[in-house]
Design a protein around this ligand. Structure first.
Ligand code: 8YV
Length: 313
């Protein structure tokens, strides 16, 4: 008999679901017609929440689960989990760092290349038959350009390493310089934006970075430069970004993350200078398998009374 009850906030791939179904009793919030009724019916028996980066676990949700012991997050970002509340109740939290770093950095570079070289437009150009009439217009180079990285964590460092392979000049903004890295630290985000041809945002989400890419930063970035965001939608002041794109204050933006995912602001859809992705930077089979394994291993370790593999400190 399954004795451990887990509240799941969103679906995982089928290979994770099958394994979890075998080991635990799952309460699937996303399948419930009445989400509150499901949570109420499971409340006293639930010992774990399995969630995803963008879905998190609020204090309000956790407060309904008196026997909650652990929140296991499929994703590295814990900004949607109320960590302070979890700590106050001794609820443990795990995430999936490292395993997704390479994929997110790949997409940061892929988006930079795609928006500057206009890869999507080139594809459309071929499909539409325009090529037969005239050659496509000239585009912008990526290699050798100035790449500013906002947030020199794991993903920032992996992105910088890749950009260095493209002979880019690299500078970065963060709360402090990192002695272990060869790139120049720029403590002023506006100054970094003014210097950058590509400003790549890899900073963690949360209250301290909310809207950090604001109208001033975008104005400093300027009409010849691009914004790339693979962090969280919340790190960008979205109304300011929409205005900057509409008025060509910046050259363009390539975005994997937004406010109000997946129902993003429809103004994005009308922008020829925005390249949009469905929050899919870590969405490769390889990485998602590793993420799911880590979520399951953390849950198993917790229920076996063993040390957690990737606790959030
Ligand atoms: C995932 C993420 O897309 O790691 C994160 O914080 O946002 C992403 O890797 C997400 O957690 C999966 O739904």
């Amino acid at each position: 008999m399954n004795t451990q009850n887990i509240l799941m906030m969103g679906a995982y791939p089928q290979w994770d679901m099958e394994d979890l179904e075998q080991r635990y009793t799952l309460f699937k919030v996303w399948e419930a017609d009445d989400r509150d009724a499901l949570i109420a019916s499971a409340a006293s028996s639930v010992r774990a929440i399995a969630t995803r980066g963008e879905l998190g676990a609020s204090a309000e949700l956790m407060s309904k689960l008196p026997n909650l012991e652990i929140v296991s997050c499929y994703g590295v970002g814990t900004d949607a989990i109320d960590l302070a509340y979890a700590k106050s109740r001794g609820i443990r939290v795990t995430n999936t760092p490292d395993v997704l770093t390479g994929d997110v950095a790949d997409i940061a570079i892929g988006l930079s290349l795609a928006i500057a070289r206009q890869i999507r437009e080139g594809h459309d150009y071929v499909l539409s038959g325009q090529w037969a009439k005239a050659n496509m217009g000239l585009v912008t180079r990526f290699f050798g350009k100035k790449v500013g990285i906002a947030g020199m964590g794991r993903v920032g460092a992996a992105t910088a390493k890749r950009a260095a392979g493209f002979d880019c000049e690299i500078r970065y903004f963060d709360t402090q310089a990192r002695d272990d890295l060869p790139w120049d630290f720029e403590p002023d985000l506006k100054a970094l934006a003014a210097w950058s041809d590509f400003l790549i945002v890899t900073i963690a989400g949360g209250p301290s970075t909310f809207g950090i890419i604001n109208a001033d930063v975008l104005a400093a970035l300027g009409p010849d430069s691009y914004l790339i965001n693979v962090s969280r939608g919340t790190t960008v002041d979205e109304p300011a970004l929409l205005e900057a794109l509409e008025n060509k204050v910046i050259r363009g933006a390539a975005l994997d993350v937004f406010h109000n995912e997946p129902r993003i602001d429809p103004r994005f859809l009308a922008l020829p200078n925005a390249l949009l992705q469905p929050h899919h930077a870590s969405g490769t089979v390889e990485t998602r398998k590793a993420m799911g394994q880590l979520v399951r291993d953390n849950l198993a370790a917790h229920f076996a009374g063993k040390p957690l593999i990737t606790p959030v400190v």
